[in-house]
Design a protein around this ligand. Structure first.
Ligand code: TXA
Ligand code: MG
Length: 337
């Protein structure tokens, strides 16, 4: 299949392809997404094929106005309205019970559907041109780090999708915060650019809970099916080091010793005697989020036999950065006292 290269000026063309059942990857503020008409079960199934994604892992429906919500959700509780008013358009995905119009292929048979209203102007233009909600997982091959640039998408999905819209580097750099919304409880299933602290600030009437699967490996039947898969993984085995950055850097240097075959993923302030990829200042979780996935892909370029990574502490957006690094490490974590 020939993959068309589109730009931000080609939203109408992208919309056309989507309306006719095609697959179009496009930029969002979190990561690039691989889009299809969310109401077209065949088109949605094509997403799973192109990504090699397990079909029990449901997709997010992307919208560009709130008027579309009643076609997707049976009811919209006040808690969801509050979160939408505070964080949409933006990097928040909400899960609520779905209408009968939503195809099983999208939700992997679940009775709920995840919805997001992205803030990226090109994402909004593409969805508006399509005139339907757009199903869009991250536009990477299943298991690879999510794409934050056009080049990442082309590398993974070139020849497998109808078109890719180029639109610069994603600003947030990690996938959206995914929450299950109940009347008095909001459960974070996947942390992202909207931290649990930010959610709590706007909710008077609902508690914010972090699902255990965010910080620990899940054994069976997680609430978010995506949590059971090894994700964001560079090719070589990786170990994540948590604790004070001066100490984790020292522990990593000690681990490396005289070996030249390893690579290290470090905060900007540190170095090691091997291939090093930096991903942001030690106290700058927004920069870490923005650069992490590109850094994970760069680690592959060194073809190391083993990778050692500094992992930030889990406050604010650091929770999301640490979650992706621990998953990339298959939860192989060393706590440095
Ligand atoms: O930022 C994002 O969310 C990006 C961009 C493209 O918008 N999309 C994205 O989609 O990250 P994906 O498919 O890679 O991740 C969606 C996550 C998966 O972990 C999936 O299991 C979970 O959301 N999910 C989707 N629908 C769900 C549902 N009804 N119940 C529980 N988890 C759900
Ligand atoms: Mg993904």
């Amino acid at each position: 299949m020939q993959t068309l290269h589109l730009t931000e000026h080609d939203a109408a063309r992208a919309g056309d392809i989507l309306r006719h059942g095609g697959l179009v990857a496009f930029p969002t503020e979190t990561v690039y997404g691989l889009g299809a008409n969310a109401f077209d079960a065949d088109a949605v199934r094509r997403i799973f094929e192109a990504k090699g994604r397990p079909c029990d892992n449901p997709l997010i429906a992307h919208i560009c106005d709130l008027d579309t919500l009643p076609t997707l959700w049976r009811e919209i509780p006040d808690t969801a309205r509050t979160l939408a008013a505070a964080f949409w358009p933006g990097p928040l995905t909400m899960i609520l019970p779905r209408t009968a119009a939503v195809p099983d292929a999208l939700t992997a048979g679940l009775d709920t559907v995840a919805v997001r209203f992205p803030s990226h102007p090109v994402a909004q233009a593409v969805i508006r041109a399509a005139g339907v909600p757009i199903a869009a997982p991250s536009a990477n091959l299943s298991g690879h780090p999510s794409p934050t640039t056009y080049e990442h998408v082309l590398h993974d999905l070139g020849g497998r999708v109808d078109a890719i819209v180029e639109g610069g580097m994603s600003s947030v750099g990690l996938e959206s915060t995914v929450v299950a919304v109940e009347e008095h409880r909001v459960t974070v299933l996947r942390p992202g650019g909207i931290s649990p602290e930010m959610l709590a600030v706007v909710l008077d009437d609902a508690e914010v809970i972090i699902d255990p699967g965010v910080t620990c490996p899940v054994e069976s039947a997680p609430r978010s099916p995506g949590m059971k898969y090894r994700h964001y993984a560079p090719l070589a085995p990786m170990t994540a080091f948590t604790g004070d950055p001066d100490r984790t850097a020292a522990a990593i240097r000690e681990k490396i010793g005289m070996r030249t075959d390893c690579a290290a993923l470090l905060f900007d302030e540190y170095d090691a005697p091997c291939s090093v990829v930096h991903y942001g200042g030690r106290a700058d979780s927004l920069a870490q989020a923005h650069r992490l996935f590109d850094a994970l892909r760069k680690l592959d370029d060194f073809a190391p036999t083993e990778i050692f990574a500094q992992c930030p502490d889990e406050t604010g957006v650091g929770l999301a950065v640490a979650n992706r690094i621990k998953r990339a490490a298959g939860f192989h974590v060393v706590n440095v006292p």
